[in-house]
Design a protein around this ligand. Structure first.
Ligand SMILES: Nc1ncnc2c1ncn2[C@@H]1O[C@H](COP(=O)(O)OP(=O)(O)OP(=O)(O)O)[C@@H](O)[C@H]1O
Ligand SMILES: [Mg+2]
Length: 241
C-alpha cells in the first residue's frame, strides 16, 4: 500500500545540511496497522510527511495506493493526497469553525457538492461518536473529542491510508484507549491501512501488526508485533493470580 524506495530528506540548518531521513526503504502492507518508534529527532515525523509527500524526498521514490507521488504534477498530487488522511498530536483543528465545519473542509477543497458534503460530514461524525457535537466549536471539546473531530475530518474523503503522528501523546490512558479503539474500527470496518508514529510501546502492543524502529534518520528494523497478551517479559517480581 505504501512503498518507499531509498527515500532521503535533508534540511538546511544554520550549521549546514542535516540529513533527517537517510535512504529508507520500506513497505507498509494493505490493511495493516504499522507502528513507527524511535527517539526524539530520529526522523519519524519527517518519514510520515514523505509518505504523503508533504515533503518531497531529495532522492528515492514514494508509491502510495499505486500512485507514484514523487515528482507528480501538483494538481494530480492534490487529488492523490485525498486517499491519504493525516492526524496529529495537537489535532490542528480550525478554531473559528464548528465541528461539522472542520470535517467539511477537505470536502470543500475537493469540490464535493453541498448535499453530499452534509451527508458525509454526518456519516463521519457518527462513525467517531460525535454526531451530537456537530454545531459546537473546538474550544468546547475535550482533548479526546478534538482528536475524534480530527479523525472524522481525515476520513471525510474516504482515504485508503491514515497517517497518525503521535495521535494519543496528549491524552490520558483511558482517552488513549478510546482513540485506539476508533483507529482499530477504522482499520477493520473501513479497511483503511494505518501508519502510527508513537513513543508509547503500549500503543504498539495494543493495535499494531508490525513495528519499525528508526534511529538517526535510518530504519533499523521492522518486526511483527506479538498478540495483546505478549507480556511474557514482565519482571521477576510480578505476582501471578
Ligand atoms: N523543517 C525543519 N527544518 C530543519 N530541521 C528539521 C525540520 N524538521 C525536522 N528537522 C530536524 O530533523 C530531525 C528529525 O525530525 P523529526 O521531526 O522527523 O523527528 P521525530 O522522530 O519525529 O522526533 P519527535 O519524536 O521529537 O517528534 C530533527 O533533528 C529535527 O530537528
Ligand atoms: Mg515527530
Amino acid at each position: 500500500m505504501i512503498t518507499l524506495h531509498q527515500a532521503s530528506k535533508h534540511y538546511t540548518t544554520s550549521s549546514g545540511p542535516f540529513q533527517a531521513v537517510q535512504s529508507v526503504s520500506l513497505h507498509v502492507e494493505e490493511g495493516e496497522i504499522h507502528g513507527f518508534i524511535g527517539t526524539s529527532g530520529a526522523g519519524k515525523s519527517t518519514l510520515l510527511r514523505l509518505m504523503n509527500v508533504l515533503e518531497q524526498p531529495d532522492e528515492g521514490n514514494v508509491v502510495v495506493n499505486g500512485d507514484e507521488l514523487t515528482r507528480m504534477p501538483e494538481k494530480r498530487l492534490r487529488e492523490a493526497r485525498r486517499s491519504i488522511g493525516m492526524i496529529f498530536q495537537h489535532y490542528h483543528l480550525v478554531h473559528n469553525r464548528t465541528v461539522s465545519g472542520n470535517v467539511a473542509m477537505p470536502l470543500e477543497l475537493a469540490g464535493v457538492p453541498k448535499k453530499e458534503r452534509a451527508l458525509r460530514v454526518r456519516e463521519c461524525l457518527q462513525f467517531v461518536g460525535l454526531a451530537d457535537k456537530a454545531e459546537q466549536y473546538p474550544a468546547q471539546l475535550s482533548g479526546g473529542q478534538k482528536q475524534r473531530v480530527a479523525i472524522a475530518r481525515a476520513l471525510a474523503n474516504r482515504p485508503a491510508v491514515l497517517l497518525c503522528d503521535e495521535p494519543t501523546s496528549a491524552l490520558d490512558p483511558q482517552t488513549t484507549a478510546d482513540i485506539l479503539g476508533v483507529l482499530r474500527e477504522i482499520n477493520r470496518e473501513l479497511g483503511v491501512t494505518i501508519v502510527i508514529v508513537t513513543h508509547d510501546m503500549d500503543v504498539v502492543r495494543s493495535i499494531c501488526s508490525r513495528v519499525s524502529e528508526m534511529r538517526d534518520g535510518r530504519l533499523l528494523s521492522t518486526q511483527p508485533v506479538g498478540g495483546p497478551s505478549d507480556s511474557s517479559k514482565a519482571g521477576e517480581g510480578e505476582a501471578h493470580e
